[in-house]
Design a binder for this molecule. Structure first.
Ligand SMILES: Nc1ncnc2c1ncn2[C@@H]1O[C@H](COP(=O)(O)OP(=O)(O)OP(=O)(O)O)[C@@H](O)[C@H]1O
Ligand SMILES: [Mg+2]
Length: 567
């Protein structure tokens, strides 16, 4: 095959694809540009999952006509002059690629006006060709409207998910900036409805609440610094971590993904939380700019640390220290500060309750608790519990065989089957409705999946904004789980699913079961183990959990003899 140099429009299309993967990538780039322009407020309006319209308006510095004309060119930037500048960047942008990439992937219209000028500029870029369409009356700042995203890229268009999934991704993209830039107001509307309105506040609780919802009440602050690196943030105390929380990582003001840092976060819990659980956490890391490479990912969503190990250790150390402080502090005491450690954002009320019991648990509120364990039926007399191993497995004798049962998988299967065999909507009413403040993404999902969750027994009413009153929970779950945490875990799973599935109710049931089931690490009484096994064995297919993992392994005397090479 002859080698040829690609035509400029093909090159532009390829690089655009690297920067702009989905509507949320457009939002991210435009929000970053607005923040770089010094905006005090950023408004994002989305229609049809971003495929209809993405509009981002800011009240930042704006652009004069001549600059505005350059903004859509590739490698046109006001933020970087020489390669050396990469080591001391204070802006999100630096490559001069984003607007060019968006213009290559969509039709774009921009209105912009600087503070000093009476008149603004309107520019449109259609098919990557920009044209100044003349002066325009507009507010100070910049507004960019993006339409027909990927219309010219059929391959990309095929990969678009449902508007719901794209809306959720857009919310996720905005959230870390709410944390990283607490003095900037962010408003998001989706199809004309306001989904988010984060008002400016000095760093701290209102902004954390804006992204975490109620989970913000249960986080502990931590902070530490050493050799020019500093970390601070909030995470849940080990006893509070039940469901699947989300984590945000902000490095030198930049929201990034970093598996290693996430691992450092989990490692600080060193086996004190269930395997399936993730804590809610916000981690801010600040390192000297020349010890950080921000230019390692086309969408700027990853960074590389020169001192990776030190930063990881700093995070894990600071979190462990915060846990230690909670364990030793008298109630109402503030966390002690040690040399080099300042409790950041200390206006956050400290949750210092003991780790036992649930802070917003469902148990006390259930009108008529359905049993977590059904009473053992006498028919199943063939089960004899031998014991619990590692608070994870149940060892039992069953019909003369030795079985090891994974307690979480088994309970998950039992609940899953109860949920699907109960008459539709079997709901356990709570005596007092549980008021839960959801995160914006969760609130959107709660609305989206209302019917499906209703079929499983969930009953809740919107109380305006992101608050719901939970009136009923699935009857099959038993009362012991923290109803709010389970619901939030389920919503979080629903949001991270792969778009439309054929059987959303089944999928949600599996998720409810997973979040309500006993976890590895839960100690069980012999009668609880027996009840669980009997209920499991009464099912048609007791051998695998809803996710397809085995619930038990069995050895008969013959296979045990073979294992030990007995004659
Ligand atoms: N909302 C805005 N307000 C003011 N100026 C803007 C705005 N958006 C873009 N600009 C100007 O247009 C230039 C090009 O923007 P673009 O996003 O393409 O590149 P960048 O931000 O410099 O780098 P990157 O590609 O890394 O985002 C910016 O450098 C900035 O000068
Ligand atoms: Mg930019």
């Amino acid at each position: 095959m002859p080698i040829r140099v690609l035509a400029p429009d093909v090159v532009a299309g390829i690089s655009a694809g690297e920067v702009i993967e989905r509507p949320a990538s457009v939002v991210k780039e435009l929000v970053e540009n607005a923040l770089d322009a010094g905006a005090a407020g950023v408004r994002v309006d989305i229609e049809a999952g971003g495929m209809g319209l993405i509009r981002v308006a800011d009240d930042g510095g704006g652009m004069a006509g001549a600059e505005a004309a350059l903004a859509f060119r590739r490698h046109a930037t006001s933020k970087l002059a020489a390669l050396d500048d990469l080591g001391k960047l204070s802006t999100y942008g630096f490559r001069g690629e984003a607007l060019a990439a968006i213009a290559a992937a969509a039709d774009v219209e921009m209105l912009t006006r600087t503070k000093g000028s009476d008149e603004g500029t309107r520019i449109s870029a259609v098919f990557g060709e920009e044209s100044i369409t003349g002066p325009a009356g507009c507010a100070k700042g910049t507004e960019i409207r993006v339409r027909n995203l990927f219309l010219r890229m059929p391959a990309r268009l095929k990969f678009m998910r449902s508007p719901r999934a794209e809306n959720a991704a857009i919310l996720r993209v905005i959230e870390p900036y709410i944390l990283a830039r607490p003095r900037v107001r962010f408003v998001l509307t989706v199809d004309g409805e306001e989904k988010l309105n984060a008002i400016p506040s000095a760093e701290g609780s209102p902004r954390i609440r804006a992204v975490m919802g109620d989970a913000a009440d249960c986080v502990l602050p931590f902070s530490s610094s050493s050799s020019g690196n500093s970390v601070r943030g909030f995470t849940e105390a080990p006893g509070k971590v039940h469901g699947r929380g989300r984590q945000w990582l902000v490095v030198n003001g930049r929201p990034v993904e970093d598996r290693g840092l996430r691992h450092a976060l989990i490692a600080s819990y060193s086996g004190q939380i269930p395997r399936e659980a993730w804590p809610w956490a916000v981690v801010f890391v600040d390192v000297p700019p020349d010890r950080l490479d921000v230019n390692v990912h086309p969408a700027k969503s990853e960074v590389k640390f020169a001192d990776q190990r030190q930063v990881y250790d700093l995070i894990a150390g600071a979190i462990r220290e915060a846990f230690r402080t909670v364990h030793t502090a008298a109630p109402a005491a503030k966390p002690s500060s040690r040399a080099g450690t300042t409790p950041a954002m200390s206006e956050i009320p400290l949750p210092l309750e003991s780790s036992e019991g649930s802070p917003r648990g469902g148990e006390a509120f259930v009108a008529q608790p359905s049993p977590r364990w059904s009473s053992p039926s006498t028919a199943g007399g063939a089960v004899e519990i031998l014991g619990q191993f590692h608070e994870t497995y149940i060892a039992a004798r069953l019909n003369g065989n030795l079985v090891l049962v994974d307690q979480h998988a088994a309970h998950e299967k039992v609940i899953f089957s109860r949920l699907l065999t109960h008459s539709e909507g079997a709901s356990q009413q709570l005596l007092i409705p549980l008021t839960i403040e959801l995160s914006p993404a969760e609130a959107a999902l709660a609305e989206e999946y209302r019917v499906e969750l209703g079929k499983l027994g969930y009953e809740y009413d919107g109380l305006g904004g992101r608050t719901v009153a939970l009136r009923g929970v699935p009857a099959g779950c038993g009362p012991s789980a923290d109803a709010a945490a389970v619901l939030r875990g389920v919503l979080s799973d629903a949001g991270s699913g792969t778009g439309a599935t054929d059987e959303p109710v089944r999928k949600l049931a599996a998720s409810v079961a997973c979040h309500s089931a006993v976890k590895a690490g839960d100690r069980l009484e012999p009668r609880e183990m027996e009840a669980l096994l009997l209920e499991l064995l009464a099912l048609e297919d007791p051998g695998s959990c809803p996710h397809g993992r085995p619930t038990m392994v069995t050895w008969d005397t013959g296979s045990l003899a073979r294992l030990f090479k007995r004659p």
